[in-house]
Design a protein around this ligand. Structure first.
Ligand SMILES: [Zn+2]
Ligand SMILES: [Zn+2]
Length: 159
């Protein structure tokens, strides 16, 4: 994908610096050739991580059908990080994206939260599935229903 919503590196983007290991202050929990994971600086649950692609993709609104596999791999990556952190109850996990304008950094980041039942009450509204703020990624075995949901909310899929 070409254009300003998706490129390899954006000098002005803090997450691009994380993604290319140019920021020494941030602890990277896990990384591979495609993704990087680190702690959310403002956690709302006992485990709150962000998974970002190394490529600069602005938000879930920048995604199209060709990114379905990417999102799936991103969710699996997040789940692996939780396993690494000793989380085994995958039913009590929440994975999702904020939609613009409710994004803090304009570089696609998947929120990985566990246990979902312990998301702090005063922040719940920001992470409630099914709202136009937060799009959830269902876990691997539920991907088909998730994609219908995702397509519905990211209407850019059809433009
Ligand atoms: Zn970026
Ligand atoms: Zn966010």
């Amino acid at each position: 994908m070409e254009g300003k919503t998706c490129k390899e590196f954006d000098e002005s983007c803090i997450f691009c610096h994380f993604a290319h290991n140019r920021d020494v202050e941030t602890t990277i929990l896990k990384q591979d050739e495609e993704f990087v994971c680190f702690r959310d600086i403002d956690p709302v649950a006992p485990h709150h991580y962000l998974v970002i692609p190394r490529d600069h993709i602005v938000s879930c609104k920048s995604l199209n059908r060709s990114h379905i596999d990417l999102v799936e791999r991103m969710a699996k990556f997040g789940k692996e990080v939780l396993l690494d952190q000793g989380i085994t109850d995958m039913e009590n996990v929440r994975l999702g994206f904020h939609q613009p304008p409710f994004i803090s950094v304009g570089h696609l980041h998947l929120h990985v939260l566990a246990p979902a039942s312990q998301i702090s009450t005063y922040m719940q509204h920001k992470f409630t599935p099914g709202t136009d703020r937060f799009i959830t990624v269902r876990l691997a075995n539920k991907f088909s229903s998730y994609f219908i949901f995702f397509l519905y909310y990211c209407n850019v899929f059809f433009t």
